[in-house]
Design a protein around this ligand. Structure first.
Ligand code: FMN
Length: 365
């Protein structure tokens, strides 16, 4: 199996299955001298942990991170950083009735077609638990960005039919509600929708938005590693994410050129834009404005309703997935979107260091 490594200069490899002994990541290319403690990474992991609200699964997963290598006396050494989270409370018997059938909306059928067999215990590599490695790595990448004055703010913009319009954003409320919405009032409305979803044994999707401030202009590598292309690859690699938008995204297709162009003007000797339809990306490079991206997340595929499917031996059957199921993935995926954005930006920032002779002279002369 290939495809578990992401990035060029700042590279992350995630490893592990949901029901294996442990799950984690190896980061190669992190500069030496970055202050880094396990608590920095734990703070990120705690945001994706199950059992935080009645809308997330009650499995008690400790998800305590251990740093196995790459730091000394609280700072990175420049060597590979190995991060490990031991799996606990992974009761295989909960998954007994799905061992030989394909769950609709899951990767069971495609894994079996590709590899000839699959680890049916909780989805193996396709499980949401795979994102633990990404989030642990994303915490390290975010730490680099913060040292450079680059800040990420990520939240649930929409849950089911409830959307928070931009004029209602209250960023200080994101961590005041369990759904990570930038409006406590909208979060209450969304919670009511989720209650009825749960009663109907159903699930819903939503939209996660990430805003990045402090990103200098020129980050992104034309032509195949453009900023928007790299973000697209990163965000679409997250399970259940079906689309990404940058700035106005698909709505830009319905605007005229005069509406969509962001006019430039000078302010205090710096080039600024009057609007930000572009979402902070021009020609595949950051333009110095706020980077805005949105990820569309599908409804949780595991639902408690009886579903029509087939067995591995080719018989039609009805499947009832036992256990408790999240009616929504979005709240737990907010930090995953933030992590993949941070990993992409850290990698592109390091790549950008070789873009001009003057940068190289600053380092080597
Ligand atoms: C953080 C996170 C948590 C997830 N939790 C669940 C879950 O509890 N139940 C579920 O059915 N799917 C969950 N998923 C989604 C499945 O892993 C995913 O839909 C499935 O592997 C099929 O992949 P695809 O949706 O990309 O096609 C989760 C995804 C993420 C990113």
């Amino acid at each position: 199996m290939s495809g578990s490594t992401f990035g060029h200069k700042f590279r992350i490899t995630t490893w592990g299955e949901s029901h294996g002994a442990a799950i984690g990541a190896v980061i190669d290319g992190c500069p030496a001298g970055l202050p880094l403690e396990a608590s920095d990474i734990q703070a990120f992991l705690d945001r994706r942990k199950p059992g935080q609200s009645k809308f997330t699964t009650k499995r008690q997963e400790g998800d305590q991170v251990e740093i196995l290598s790459g730091t000394f006396e609280g700072r990175t050494t420049g060597t590979p950083i190995s991060l490990l989270v031991r799996n606990q409370d992974q009761r295989s018997r909960d998954y007994g009735n799905i061992a030989s059938v394909y769950r609709p909306g899951h990767a069971d059928y495609t894994y079996t077609q590709k590899y000839g067999f699959r680890d049916y215990r909780g989805g193996g590599r396709s499980s949401g638990r795979e994102t633990i490695g990404r989030v642990a790595g994303g915490a390290v990448a975010s730490h680099i960005l913060r040292e450079l004055g680059i800040e990420l703010t990520t939240y649930a913009k929409a849950i089911g039919p409830v959307t928070v319009p931009e004029e209602e954003y209250r960023f200080e409320e994101i961590f005041q509600n369990k759904l990570y919405m930038p409006s406590n009032q909208r979060a209450e409305e969304a919670a009511a929708c989720l209650e009825s979803m749960m009663k109907n044994l159903d699930s819903c999707g939503g939209v996660i938005e990430c805003r990045v401030t402090g990103l200098p202009a020129g980050i992104g590598e034309p032509v195949f590693d453009k900023l928007d292309a790299s973000l697209g690859r990163a965000i679409l690699s997250i399970g259940a994410v079906k689309a990404i938008e940058i700035g106005d995204g698909i709505d830009a297709a319905r605007l005229s050129g005069s509406q969509n162009n962001d006019a430039f003007f000078m302010e205090d000797g710096a080039v600024r834009k009057k609007t930000n339809h572009a979402g902070g990306v021009l020609g595949g490079m950051s333009d110095g404005d706020t980077l805005v991206l949105r990820a569309s997340v599908k409804p949780t595929p595991s639902i408690a309703q009886p579903q029509q499917t087939v067995t591995e031996s080719g018989d039609d059957t009805e499947l009832v997935i036992r256990g408790r199921h999240d009616p929504i993935i979005v709240p737990r995926a907010v930090v995953v979107v933030e992590s993949m954005t941070a990993l992409t930006l850290a990698d592109l920032l390091l790549q950008n260091m070789g873009s001009r002779m003057e940068h190289l002279k600053k380092i080597y002369q």
